[in-house]
Design a protein around this ligand. Structure first.
Ligand code: MF3
Ligand code: CO
Ligand code: CO
Length: 297
């Protein structure tokens, strides 16, 4: 493991890094022969983070390939006049044909198989009988379960010919995820990811949504840790190999504020200005990262 031993912050009252389950101060802190660090047990006990094993990673990567094929299918079908319900049906049937389950369907009462978030909708838009119009932007968020492994990714697409605001917010959202990817390496922290996104997006006079965060994923839909898209350099949990989580910055053209519609899902910008998002599922490796839902940004 390419990680300095002192890269991981352990407090006196934290679980001992040896994985004994005892407090650090009652175990290796003052011991003459401290036991080797067991990162897997430490991350489980301290943060509830399940580091993924090679067979898990293979499974999540396979699900990720199906997620990417679904997004490609969405891209082919997005055009003026298509309804979000039609996109939902196409994605749903593709999942079933491939023995996969769309994770959103019935998740905490969500009624559809994908999320479709148009223009001022930030995330969690529910597919409906609304036809896409020329100049719209639409984020499609796909999470599949295949062989019990989850992968989660989304992209924002143009419908017809985009105007200047649409071009700007989609570019800034995509670049925000690219900036985040530069931070994905063991020894960096969760705060570094948020810092990279926030400093870039705010530098472009856009704003970062606070209420929704990236998340651990793979064995379940939403696992620890939370991955905020804002933050301070060096804050938060140290990244270690085997972590699998999403980064999914939601970037607003205007202010960061939002409200949730009466359906209890659809999150909308308070100022009704545009919002865009890109999401991938990432694995931290020994020397950097791998996207398990790779696509060009
Ligand atoms: N895929 C979303 C995410 O990125 C979660 C959608 S939850 C749903 O975490 F219920 F709305 F589908
Ligand atoms: Co996600
Ligand atoms: Co998602």
């Amino acid at each position: 493991m390419m990680l300095r031993n002192d890269a991981i912050k352990v407090g006196r009252n934290d679980p001992c890094p040896c994985g004994s389950g005892k407090k650090y101060k009652r175990c290796c802190l003052n011991s003459k022969n401290p036991k080797p660090v067991n990162i897997e047990k430490l991350y489980q006990q301290k943060y509830d983070i399940r580091l993924k094993h090679p067979e898990d990673i293979d499974g999540i990567r396979t699900t990720g390939q199906l997620v990417m094929e679904t997004l490609d299918l969405m891209e082919k079908n997005i055009r003026v006049g298509v309804t979000t319900n039609e996109l939902n049906t196409i994605a749903h049937e593709f999942a079933l044909k491939n023995n996969a389950v769309p994770a959103p369907l019935n998740y905490r009462g969500f009624p559809k198989s994908i999320c479709t978030s148009i223009n001022e909708v930030i995330c969690h838009g529910i597919p409906e009988n609304r036809a896409l119009k020329d100049g719209d932007i639409i984020n499609v968020d796909v999470t599949l379960i295949y062989n019990d492994y989850y992968a989660d990714a989304s992209k924002t697409y143009f419908v017809g010919t985009p105007g200047p605001d649409a071009i700007k917010i989609v570019r800034v959202a995509a670049e925000s995820l690219k900036e985040a990817m530069k931070m994905l390496a063991p020894g960096n922290t969760i705060g570094d990811i948020g810092w990279a996104i926030q400093s870039y997006a705010e530098g472009e006079k856009c704003s970062v949504v606070r209420e929704f965060v990236g998340h651990g994923v793979g064995l379940d839909f939403h696992e620890a840790p939370h991955v905020p898209h804002y933050g301070k350099k060096g804050d938060g949990i140290v990244l270690v190999p085997g972590m699998v989580f999403t980064v999914e910055p939601m970037i607003n053209l205007g202010k960061a504020g939002l409200f949730v519609a009466g359906d209890n899902w659809t999150a909308i910008t308070s100022d009704r200005k545009l919002s865009a998002q890109f999401e991938q599922t990432y694995l931290i490796t020994e020397d950097g990262f791998e996207s398990l839902t790779p696509y060009d940004l």
